[in-house]
Write a protein that binds this ligand. Structure first.
Ligand SMILES: [Zn+2]
Length: 231
């Protein structure tokens, strides 16, 4: 079937398929969306379809009001969170939500992931932030939309481009990026950072954060104005 959203749906599908391939999700867990800023729509995984039967044509195209623009299936139950983030974070082109084990474990502990080493500092210059726990009133109002609010609140004094990931307290991570592919990359990196931080804490519970000068050096050489590393 030809569609003017074919390319966007293909991007979303490809990024979604990368999630189980990288061991970030089982069964139907997780969802990725790819955003088209020009048309202000995104393609997202349908709800309840297992990865091994998922096709590009199954992707659901949704606008920033949350209306389905194209697609036969129901969009992911987390669609309202994606809508909230695309509206709030200018310039992002993809969002990923998984319940990957280690990142989810930190989210369940309601703790930010401390920046213990340079692997972490190569990707973001601070602890992976963790939101507040959602109140009973917010859950009653509109759970998925409020998850977006939790994240946006947590980024009130943060740049989502410098810190492309968050832990939703008691729940699991969300990551994003300039493209859906980059957002998945951040989800994979986050899971690795979460695993490393867990091992670090286990070996030495009093482990300290990396000193600021090393954080700056590693972050700036990859992401600063005069970046020279791995570009
Ligand atoms: Zn979830």
């Amino acid at each position: 079937m030809s569609s003017s959203y074919s390319e966007l749906k293909r991007q979303a599908w490809q990024a979604n398929m990368e999630v189980p391939r990288r061991g970030l999700a089982i069964y139907t867990f997780g969802n990725v969306s790819a955003y088209d800023a020009q048309r202000a729509v995104f393609a997202i995984k349908p709800s309840g379809v297992a990865y091994d039967t998922l096709t590009a044509d199954d992707m659901v195209v949704v606008d920033l009001e949350g209306n389905v623009v194209e697609g036969k299936l129901r969009p992911s139950s987390d669609t309202k969170t994606h809508v909230a983030l695309y509206r709030a974070f200018d310039g992002i082109g993809g969002i990923v939500h998984t319940h990957s084990t280690y990142a989810t474990a930190w989210a369940q502990a309601c703790l930010p992931i401390p920046i213990f080493g340079t692997t972490h500092a190569d990707h973001l210059a601070e602890d992976v932030p963790c939101t507040e726990l959602m109140t009973a009133e917010a859950v009653e109002r509109d759970y998925e939309a409020e998850t977006g609010v939790q994240i946006i609140d947590c980024f009130r004094n943060r740049d989502p481009h410098r810190t492309p990931m968050v832990l939703v307290a008691g729940h699991a991570p969300f990551t994003w990026g300039k493209t859906a592919e980059k957002a998945v990359y951040h989800a994979v990196v986050l899971e690795e950072l979460a695993k490393m931080a867990h091992a670090t804490r286990t070996i030495e519970p009093r482990s300290k954060r990396l000193p600021e000068h090393l954080i700056r050096k590693h972050f700036e050489r990859k992401h600063g104005k005069r970046a020279y590393y791995g570009q």
